[in-house]
Design a protein around this ligand. Structure first.
Ligand code: TNX
Length: 531
């Protein structure tokens, strides 16, 4: 525990960071109890079941943390909880492995493989006067339980520079939560091609995804304007194709070492990175870096405008497939996740037969390197392997074709494209699909989007953020928050538990936490933001 001057301590105790930035201090004395302990429980996403009980549990300097598992991943989750408790209370909580130990109070984290009914990502959290018990069959389940506990702790604990001169006990409400996600795929797509975002920026985005129990980060790693991932056999992709971005400003790329670092960082937060190399279209950065990938044998000029549909790899040349084999091989080797996204959208220069033959050949290359292919919904017109996944995006895509897809991820552009403007006044964003208010992003049921798709075909949902208008991470945050939280709840919470009225209240209560995290979120006027 660090000692700091009285003013900084006072600032920390004021609970909300705004008070530290010169804003008026609250009239009432700052409470050491979290809002949750005062009776307000505002979790996003809403758990599958939650029962309140009377009273609560206080984390004090006499509380111990028992971690009942040898599993390495579960041990890391326990450390994450200990770090959160330290940030909330100033207490470095003592750890042991004895769940039976008595004391003033105990927190127990237990990995219990018998709890199979909780599924691969579920958990049970029981908070009573003497103890907080978190049980899950997997480390992922424990992680999601910890994210729930995190949202029960005071928002100020998200602020990195909070210091305490003495322990600040924190009270949590008594309750029982049994929780597991509706869908296995709760995704976010970030376009790092139109504008480049550094490893540190993407890691911050991963942190914000994990807080909302999102478990996939799909990275759009190449497009007309830039190639963002080092491929050792084709170095000009990045040395030439990675130098710029939309508007012609300096771009960038990830070395393979940086990409591996990002994958590991995400894995620690139970987020699987899904790499996308868009092909055969959206490839001007590759075509301008290597003349031989063009049918004409001549490299076109680099382009930094936002037109779509004009570029294509030369599908009739063998070198194209050697190129694809090389890049899938190198990316697959760095990707523990099961997926490789091959794009496939918006190709206006090929015949349907050329497109079909290309996608089917790419599919076998992806399979050869041990991955499942994902493609945008245009690939539904081809013959797909049972393992392949179609990402629905066009609201008017042929529902017949999409319904026949072996597996589906839903990103309907008029609901889940968080690069759309909120309303006509929004300075950032596009509007070709729709204006998307927070309510529009929230109020839809994935089960009704592709009505004829067989039950079980829908893996889940994904919020897509294309970055034509998002030049900086603060722009990304503005477009993503709060709509990403809406998509996160759609992916996690059972449909019958969800309602806009409840969501907007719980969302409003995230205001102080998001402020403490420094998120540049859109203060949508129809949300009752707590300040
Ligand atoms: C359509 S969605 C695209 C992207 C654009 C996006 C902008 C998709 C598969 N293709 O190339 O960036 O619209 O909203």
């Amino acid at each position: 525990m660090k000692k700091r001057s009285a003013s900084i301590v006072g600032c920390a105790m004021a609970m909300v960071v705004a008070a530290c930035a010169g804003a008026p201090k609250p009239a009432t004395a700052p409470s050491t109890a979290s809002a949750a302990a005062r009776g307000e429980i505002s979790l996003v996403p809403l758990p599958a079941s939650l029962e309140r009980a009377s009273g609560g549990f206080t984390i004090s300097d006499r509380t111990v943390l028992a971690v009942v598992t040898q599993d390495q991943a579960a041990q890391r989750v326990a450390q994450q909880l200990a770090d959160l408790i330290r940030r909330s209370t100033g207490i470095a909580i003592p750890r042991n492995t004895d769940a039976g130990a008595t004391g003033e109070g105990r927190i127990v984290l237990r990995l219990d493989e018998q709890q199979k009914t909780l599924g691969a990502e579920g958990y049970e959290l029981t908070i009573g006067p003497q103890s907080l018990l978190l049980v899950a069959p997997t480390a992922a389940g424990l992680f999601y339980g910890v994210q729930t506990i995190r949202q029960l702790l005071p928002p100020a604990s998200e602020y990195q520079a909070v210091y305490y001169d003495k322990p600040q006990p924190v009270a949590l409400p008594a309750l029982t939560i049994r929780d597991q996600p509706r869908y296995e795929w709760r995704g976010a797509m970030l376009d790092v091609a139109r504008h480049f975002f550094t490893v540190e920026e993407v890691q911050r985005y991963v942190d914000l995804l994990a807080l909302h129990k999102i478990n996939r980060l799909h990275l759009h790693l190449a497009d007309d304007q830039g190639w963002r991932i080092e491929i050792k056999k084709w170095p000009d992709l990045t040395t030439k194709g990675g130098t710029s971005e939309v508007g012609g400003t300096p771009g960038g790329f990830y070395t393979q070492a940086q990409y591996a670092q990002l994958v590991a960082y995400a894995a620690d937060r139970f987020v699987t990175i899904v790499p996308e190399i868009d092909m055969p279209g959206h490839t001007n950065a590759a075509l301008s870096s290597y003349a031989e990938l063009n049918c004409s044998g001549t490299a076109p000029a680099p382009r930094f405008d936002t037109e779509v549909g004009y570029s294509s790899l030369c599908v009739d040349k063998e070198v194209t497939y050697r190129f694809i084999d090389d890049l899938v091989s190198e990316i697959a080797a760095m990707t523990p996740g099961a997926y490789f996204h091959a794009g496939g959208d918006e190709v206006k220069t090929l015949t349907p037969a050329q497109y079909k033959a290309f996608v089917e050949r790419v599919q076998t290359i992806v399979q050869k390197h041990g991955k499942q292919m994902i493609g945008w919904d245009e690939i539904a017109a081809t013959t797909l392997l049972p393992s392949s996944i179609v990402q629905h995006w066009r609201p008017d895509a042929s529902k017949g074709e999409v319904a026949r897809a072996p597996k589906l991820i839903l990103s309907p552009a008029d609901r889940a494209y968080v690069d759309m403007k909120y309303d006509e006044q929004t300075a950032l964003g596009l509007k070709w699909a729709s204006l998307i208010s927070v309510q529009r992003a929230y109020d839809w049921d994935p089960a009704r989007i592709v009505a004829d798709a067989p039950a079980g075909a829908v893996l889940g949902v994904e919020a897509a953020l294309w970055s034509e208008t998002a030049a900086a991470l603060r722009d990304v945050e503005f477009l993503a928050f709060p709509r990403l939280a809406a998509i996160a709840e759609i992916g996690w919470t059972p449909q019958e538990r969800r309602s806009w009225g409840s969501f907007r209240q719980r969302l409003g209560a995230q205001g102080p936490r998001w402020t403490a995290l420094g998120i540049n979120f859109y203060h949508a006027p129809d949300i009752p933001w707590v300040r």
